[in-house]
Design a protein around this ligand. Structure first.
Ligand SMILES: Cc1cc2nc3c(=O)[nH]c(=O)nc-3n(C[C@H](O)[C@H](O)[C@H](O)COP(=O)(O)O)c2cc1C
Length: 187
């Protein structure tokens, strides 16, 4: 199973980094697969730890993809690292082994500590729309304008029916990015 999670890491100077990642969960293995080059990859290889933040504030996913990376963090409980203060739950990880790959190495990790902070309040279609649109934005360079526009038109249906303020704000950041990309293509 792949879970879309906000991964927090930090470098040797303690500078924190937040990145959305599709984390693979196979039994007890938790596998993070960053495409090179990646700050997340460098930080995990250096520090051998990371934090998975199970977070329903999709503005953080959209924000990380649109240059809004300054989200409140607090110290992790067990490892030397930081977690998002608004996360519903989090798991602290230690790196166990690395499967090298030129494009996308596999970082096998194990959970060393997990804790809940707030209840899960149910699925929301607008949150799904924002996540999917954020993934599209992370791949803009590889996709045709037709595909991008068709997918956004579909995702907008669920968004318009079910969004709250946070989802609308996240969506607006992503759409501004798409518009800027389109203007660049057409220039
Ligand atoms: C929901 C979601 C899942 C993502 N999953 C991955 C992933 O598994 N691997 C990856 O390299 N980038 C993934 N991305 C894109 C990264 O978050 C983005 O490119 C980021 O800048 C990674 O590089 P960094 O570690 O240097 O921050 C994902 C983006 C989103 C919105």
């Amino acid at each position: 199973m792949i879970q879309e999670i906000l991964v927090t890491t930090q470098n040797a100077l303690g500078v924190a980094h937040i990145a959305p990642m599709g984390v693979h969960v196979k039994g007890d293995d938790i596998i993070i697969l960053p495409f090179r080059p990646s700050i997340t990859l460098n930080n995990i290889l250096d520090a051998k730890v990371a934090v998975l933040n199970y977070c329903d504030d999709v503005r953080i996913f959209a924000g990380c993809l649109t240059g809004r990376k300054n989200w409140p963090l607090v110290q992790a409980d067990v490892i030397k690292g930081q977690r998002l203060s608004s996360t519903l739950a989090h798991t602290e990880l230690e790196l166990v082994r690395v499967e090298e790959d030129e494009t996308r190495p596999k970082l096998y990790c194990k959970a060393v500590y997990s804790v809940n902070h707030a209840p899960f309040k149910g699925f929301n279609r607008a949150q799904y729309s924002v996540l999917e649109a954020a993934i599209l934005i992370s791949r803009l360079k590889w996709l045709s304008l037709e595909k991008i526009e068709a997918e956004i038109a579909y995702l907008k249906i669920g968004l318009e029916k079910t969004a709250g303020e946070k989802e609308l704000e996240a969506w607006s950041w992503l759409m501004a990015e798409v518009e800027a990309f389109k203007a660049e293509q057409l220039a």
